[in-house]
Design a protein around this ligand. Structure first.
Ligand code: SAH
Ligand code: SF4
Ligand code: F3S
Length: 464
């Protein structure tokens, strides 16, 4: 596919906007909506687009129980994510009994899974709308059909993926924002379903990203997080990721983060950019998945334990204060106790600020689905519990070591626990609670760290 044909044409986008206007003319102020978002930041950002479309239709947000339109943006990365989505949707049937005009829609990654959309459409007549990730930009057209023709719509396209620019967006946060830089994944880690449901890697154009970042800056956004399944393989019209990062940094938003980085593609140039560009925060999510090279090979991760540890050393040499976080899968098919011990020892060596840990979940259609798996479930649970305990101790030690430091905190909310307290994150990403006024929301404030709790720090504002 040529690069240009990746992009949905301006005409097609304009016709979706026409559907939005038409709906607005007939229904503005008369309907409300609610979106439930499961899964990762990609889905969060997609839901912000769906929200933006419905805002432009003249609809207000409402609680799920009262809303006229309820959308479920689903995830299928692990079985429990999928069960949660299904359970939620089936429960909506009850809601609809009291609210027969309610429009129920299901979208997102799970709909891109082979056979799932067809199954839901056939089995659950109370679902009015089904669409996938590759055709989500056509939501206005689908809703238009439902509102004007009172029919059910199910449309999911199998596709390598597209890029739709210039869609409406309603951001969920005021001072921080997600910015997609690329979509899809080409890595085909043997356990993972994402490449099947999100399509091939495709990068947005540099100028489209920069203009989005500029408008966020004009709107007073203080922090952006660049999103991609593998941001290190960004290549939008000849610009590589480190280069893109420098250009984004020049726009002047005070804080920039990005995720996710694949260790196999993390370049020296990116390490240099993290060291040299002041508004790139000293924080990196670098999923390791396993600490044993043989398991990594069978996961198709294409790096070894040694390569990963070397990367960590080079990152810490360049950015000594860097906070690392990770994802780890326990109980990959055939993982022996010894191989698991390598994951434990890697975690002890790297000392992550935090780690997301998962028990391997078999995904139909992936390579690992056919790997023999003879480790009993209770043994896998014991392993993950040991890993969680180890990581908790390390996280606590790292948090304790922050006490006494002075940090610049970006205030992003009020503390839920202590009245009169506000909260925000340090450059490294630790959450700090401190006494303060809500007028400081969205401001960078110097804070003295006084103590460490279980997951957060406590401090006080330093008055000059
Ligand atoms: N693109 C990102 C992560 C996407 S999914 C990356 O490559 O890091 C988020 C995390 O879910 C993965 O890092 C992995 O740890 C976990 N995961 C993915 N598939 C899984 C599976 N089948 N079973 C258990 N965990 C899985
Ligand atoms: Fe999945 Fe691997 Fe792609 Fe991440 S890099 S989305 S884990 S296939
Ligand atoms: Fe889930 Fe899709 Fe993200 S499968 S983890 S929501 S890309």
């Amino acid at each position: 596919m040529s690069r240009e044909s990746l992009f949905i044409s301006e005409n097609d986008i304009a016709s979706q906007k026409q559907y939005i206007n038409d709906i607005n003319t007939h229904f503005s102020g008369r309907l409300t909506y609610h979106i439930v978002t499961l899964g990762c930041q990609m889905n969060v950002r997609d839901s912000e687009t769906l929200s933006g479309m419905m805002r432009d239709m003249g609809f207000a947000q409402a609680e799920k129980e009262q809303a006229d339109i309820v959308l479920y943006n689903t995830c299928c990365v692990r079985e429990n994510a999928e069960n949660r989505a299904l359970g939620n949707v089936i429960w909506l049937k009850e809601l609809k009994k009291n609210h027969p005009d309610m429009i129920i829609g299901v979208c997102g990654c799970m709909m891109q899974e082979k056979g799932v959309a067809e199954h839901l459409h056939a089995q659950y007549p109370f679902i009015d709308l089904i669409f996938g990730t590759h055709n989500a930009y056509r939501f206005p057209e689908y809703l238009h059909r439902i509102l004007f023709e009172r029919c059910r719509v199910a449309d999911v396209v199998a596709s390598d993926g597209i890029i739709a620019e210039d869609l409406p967006v309603m951001r969920s946060e005021k001072h921080s924002a997600f910015v997609n830089i690329m979509y899809g994944c080409n890595n085909f880690c043997s356990y993972c379903i994402v490449p099947y449901v999100r399509g091939r890697e495709r990068s947005r154009r540099v100028e489209d990203i920069l203009s989005e970042v500029r408008s966020l800056k004009d709107a007073g956004v203080m922090e952006i997080t660049l999103l991609g399944q593998n941001v290190n393989s960004y290549n939008g019209g000849g610009s590589e990721f480190a280069n893109l990062l420098r250009r984004i940094s020049d726009v002047g938003i005070p804080r920039i983060r990005f995720m996710t980085s694949h260790p196999k593609d993390l370049s020296d140039d990116l390490i240099a950019a993290m060291r040299d560009v002041p508004n790139v925060m000293p924080q990196l999510h670098l999923p390791v998945q396993a600490g044993n090279s043989e398991i990594l090979r069978r996961m198709n991760r294409r790096y070894t334990r040694e390569h990963y540890l070397d990367l960590v050393n080079r990152l810490r040499d360049a950015v000594p204060e860097i906070g690392l976080t990770t994802d780890i899968i326990v109980g990959f098919p055939g993982e022996t106790l010894e191989q698991f011990e390598d994951t434990m020892s890697l975690v002890e060596k790297v000392r992550y600020d935090s780690a997301y840990t998962f028990i391997f979940s078999l995904r139909r259609g992936t390579a690992a689905a056919s790997y023999p798996d003879d480790t009993p479930a209770d043994e896998k649970s014991r392993r993950i519990q040991r890993l969680i305990d180890l990581q908790q101790n390390i996280s606590q030690e790292i948090l304790d070591a922050q006490v006494g430091k002075k940090e610049i905190v970006l205030v992003d909310g009020q503390s839920t626990r202590d009245a009169g307290y506000i909260c925000g994150r340090t450059p490294r990403g630790h959450m700090v609670n401190f006494p303060g006024n809500v007028e400081l929301l969205g401001k960078l404030v110097p804070v003295q760290i006084l103590s460490a709790g279980r997951n957060t720090l406590k401090g006080e504002i330093i008055h000059a």
